[in-house]
Design a protein around this ligand. Structure first.
Ligand code: ATP
Length: 300
């Protein structure tokens, strides 16, 4: 095989709680992560030699070794002793630095795609373990669907798939938020040194997810990072209010933001919420649906 194309799904956080800081300086987290049908497309083509070449015209996406997709390919070359090259053509649709795991899902797609292109025979579990060394969200992006994530986000417990939950995703067009900054700010302002608050409140959300009832899910959403990001970026708080005013069952920031999602009862309801925001030139908006997969091989 010379070329394959993959779709790499974005994720939203239905739940994000920061329990404390670990001795290794990572945050101890409890999250519920969900894949959605907003995705990047990656085309991987075998090239002679052992170069890893990335083509991506998006102005905010680096094409050097700092790109997570390149780092994923390098990791496979090094850990598997591979002496083959690849060109990665990346078409970004997932907003960058938006709390949607865009870079992580591209890395997950490269791991899964090169596993096929280079005939490596790695299991999904092995790909997840490799992915964890690239970033805490990468293992979830490899697995996709609905999962409870603990540890620093890499310990995954799959949940029954959440079918056809419709939502509107919106983001201030010119705002990016650094994940590192959001966690640092939360830590400074809301975590006493060494605190590990042990109890988490995911049970209500997981029961709501299992019920597939949008209204129950809406009542159990939670994201600690809103306490860091909303005061610093009032436009994100405002966007959350606008989604509620437009009729969303609930609205919350995803991950470290600034993306905000509003839950809808059904697809028509999502369309109506979207219509209330779509004309605003200062926003990027999407109608999305939950999906059971993270990375998907595209058939020609
Ligand atoms: P997360 O939700 O996992 O915290 P994010 O969605 O907020 O991440 P990304 O879109 O992954 O953030 O981008 C964060 C930064 O990573 C960008 O500013 C960019 O410089 C860099 N980056 C590296 N690789 C990629 C990639 N493949 N796509 C987008 N950004 C990338």
């Amino acid at each position: 095989m010379k070329q394959i194309r993959l779709r790499a799904a974005a994720k939203i956080n239905l739940y994000l709680e920061i329990l404390g800081v670990r001795p290794d300086d990572y945050h101890e987290l409890v999250m519920v992560l969900q894949s959605i049908d907003l995705s990047d497309t990656l085309t991987l083509t075998s090239i002679p030699g052992h170069q890893i070449r990335l083509i991506c015209p998006h102005p905010l996406v680096p094409v050097d070794r700092t790109n997570l997709a390149v780092r994923a390919a390098e990791l496979l070359q090094q850990s598997m002793g591979i002496d083959r090259g690849v060109e990665i053509a990346l078409k970004k649709r997932i907003p960058v630095a938006a709390g949607l795991a865009g870079g992580s899902t591209d890395a997950a797609a490269v791991l899964a795609g090169l596993n096929v292109l280079w005939d490596l025979g790695l299991t999904q579990k092995e790909l997840r373990t490799l992915g964890a060394s690239l970033g805490s969200d990468v293992p979830f992006c490899v697995m996709g669907g609905t999962a409870l994530a603990t540890g620093r986000g890499e310990v995954l417990t799959p949940q029954p798939p959440l079918e056809n939950l419709h939502l509107v995703l919106a983001k201030p067009a010119d705002l990016q938020v650094s994940t590192a900054w959001a966690y640092r700010t939360y830590r400074q302002d809301h975590l006493a040194p060494g605190t590990v608050v042990e109890r988490s409140r995911t049970n209500a959300l997981l029961a709501a997810v299992a019920s597939q009832d949008p209204a129950r899910i809406a009542a159990s959403l939670h994201n600690d990072l809103e306490r860091a990001v909303l005061p610093a970026h009032p436009e994100v708080a405002h966007l959350r209010e606008r989604l509620i005013e437009a009729g969303a069952l609930a609205a919350m920031m995803s991950g470290s933001g600034p993306s905000v999602f509003g839950l809808a009862r059904d697809l028509d309801h999502a369309g109506a919420i979207h219509a209330a925001l779509a004309a605003d030139p200062h926003l990027e908006t999407f109608v999305c649906t939950t999906q059971p997969t993270g990375v998907r091989l595209e058939k020609d």
